[in-house]
Design a protein around this ligand. Sequence first.
Ligand SMILES: [Zn+2]
Length: 126
Amino acid sequence: MKIEFRKVPFTPKEFQSGFNSVKIEGTFCKISSSLVKIDGMLSGKTPVTCSRCGEDDTITINEKINFLLSDGIYKPKSSDSDDLVIEIEDNMIDFDEIIQSELSSICSDYHICANCADSEFIEQEY
Ligand SMILES: [Zn+2]
């Protein structure tokens, strides 16, 4: 789903998007002429790779996401909060792209599969 930045309303509007088996649901609205606030929830399952043995694993995601989208280069003002800000380049907000980048950052996090977590636990006992 895509929406033009200038068409985003100031009253919260619901959106829904998905990528593979992960979906994102939430609301978005403009908070200033060049900032859009996104409040959402990522949920679903996504494949990840175990950082220890390299086996494929699946994790369940249930994560709140809150961030701001800036129309072009973001120039922080002292009054702005330190929310995560994503800069939009072509005046189009692409929810699919947002969910994909959120997901890839979740997947690139350090992850240990259940097998490795078990053996780690046993090692610690000795
Ligand atoms: Zn593993």
